[in-house]
Structure formats: structure tokens, C-alpha cells
Design a protein around this ligand. Sequence first.
Ligand SMILES: C[S@@+](CC[C@H](N)C(=O)[O-])C[C@H]1O[C@@H](n2cnc3c(N)ncnc32)[C@H](O)[C@@H]1O
Length: 289
Amino acid sequence: MSSVAPDNAETTEAWSGPLFDLFVKYRDLTTGGLGAHGEVAMGSNPPRPGERAIDVGCGFGDTTRRLAELVGPEGSVLGVDVSAPFIETARREAGEAGLDNVEFRLADVQALELPQEFDYAFSRMGIMFFANPVAALRNVRAALKPGGRFTAVVWRRKLDNEWVRRAEEIVEEYLDHPEETEEPTCGPGPFSMANADTVSEQLKIAGFEEIGLQRCDLPMKVGADLDQAVEFGMALGPAGEILRLWGDRVDEIRPEISARIRAAIADFEGPDGVYAPASTWILTARTPA
Ligand SMILES: C[S@@+](CC[C@H](N)C(=O)[O-])C[C@H]1O[C@@H](n2cnc3c(N)ncnc32)[C@H](O)[C@@H]1O
């Protein structure tokens, strides 16, 4: 792999180990749930046939493969991610799908210098974990040709992602962030770009122009049933992160926390599973022409 910025080393460890394992375990909920938001973003600002695109923080490469369909055989897509197991899975699945206009690179976007050859950059929830977001966004901007387009999906505020907020509030009644933990943390975290002023300023300082934020509200499946939704809420997101960092030191209180979360999100359960309101920003920007 090209080098990892020292301040992203711990995040890299988290995404290469425990968070990768959780994303595999809950893949239908994570990538499936985010799928609708990603599709709206890509659908309203798609790459054009024949273009060269980059997928930032590509994870399993689901969106990289989707971009490959959109740019077609005359175009090509590079998926970049800092986590080796995500990249290995992405390469394998793209190979199995028989795609020959896709490649993947294991790299920290914050430390990556790419040739200025891309027409379009995309990210679905892959840009909130950089220790230095401006440096990473500057690298994305530098890889885009003049007039190149960038589209990304990031979480909006927790207040409008109620299932996350309710679980976190309950966990925080019992636990702070532990001062000592052997578990790696995931950096600034999934909600680090929720503030419209902050993220638009980051994009501006990174050299982007015509910055736009479109609010996207779509329900997200957070469990096939209430049992899975509680398990999911206690495994990922801010509540899951606190519990993961405490590990087995808090096993005694887990059943009580689980019961409280279950009661708090029961209203999201319907005949087809547990669907909670989810709210994201679709970010759009251009490089100067
Ligand atoms: C929430 S996941 C989203 C994955 C994928 N885009 C999707 O929608 O399924 C965040 C991804 O960002 C990647 N990531 C985090 N920090 C990164 C960095 N500094 N450089 C490149 N990728 C990074 C993680 O490894 C992870 O795959």
C-alpha cells in the first residue's frame, strides 16, 4: 500500500479489522441501507459514458461496480480504500462480475497523489473518517481534471437519524468513551460532516467550487426484525462504537442496555422489518474550469 498518514493509522487498523468484520456481518443492512441514498446521489449527478471515475473509500466496491456500469466499456473506474480486506473483497467481487473497466487501489486518500486524469469522483459514506479532511479532499480535487465533478453522500445530523440518536443516548446514560482501550477507534466518525457550514467550508478550502448540499431523507432498513435492529444498533454507529471500545468489561450491563434500546426503537418495526428515518447530505462540487 502507498503510505498511510500517521494520524490515520488507528482508523486504518479499525477499518481493516473490527469494522470490516462488522460490515461483513451486517452487509445487507450497511450497504443495502445506504444503497438508496447512494442511488439518489449517483442518479441525480451521474458520471457520463466514457468517463474516468474514482470511488473514494469504496469499501466492498458496490458503488465502484455501479459506476463502472454507468461509464460503460469506454470508461473506467478506480476504487480506493485504506482497508486491505475491503480492497481484497472488492477486487474479488469485481472479478467474479467479469468487469474489466474497474481497478482497485489500497491507499489512504489523505496521503494519495494521483495523476490529474479523472472526470468524476464519487463517495458513499467514505469521506468522514479522515483525520485531516481538507488534505484528503484536496487530493480528490487534485486528481480531477479542470471542471471535474465530485458527488458524495454523508450523514446529516443525528437528530434526523433517530435510531442512531436514541441508541447513543441510552448507552451514554451508562458509559462514557473509555479513557483506556485496546480497540482502535474510527477517527472523526460517521457524523463528522453533518454540519453544512463545516463540510462546505472544508470543500471550499480544498479548492472546490459550485458547492451544493441537497438533503436526502429516505427510510433505511436497520433490521429484519427488532432483535436484529437492536443488535445492529449496539454493534455499529456511535452507540456501537462506545460498546465496542469497552468490550467485555461491560458485559454485565449489555442486557439492560439492549432492553432499553429495544423499547426505544420499537415504533420503527413494521410488517417488512425495522425501517427508520435516515437523513443524509448529497454533496456536489466542481473543480475550477
Ligand atoms: C462507511 S464505509 C463506506 C464504504 C462504501 N463506500 C459503501 O458505501 O459501502 C467507509 C469506508 O471508508 C474507508 N476509509 C476510511 N478512511 C479512509 C482513508 N483515509 N482513505 C481511504 N479510505 C478510507 C473505510 O475503509 C471504509 O471502507
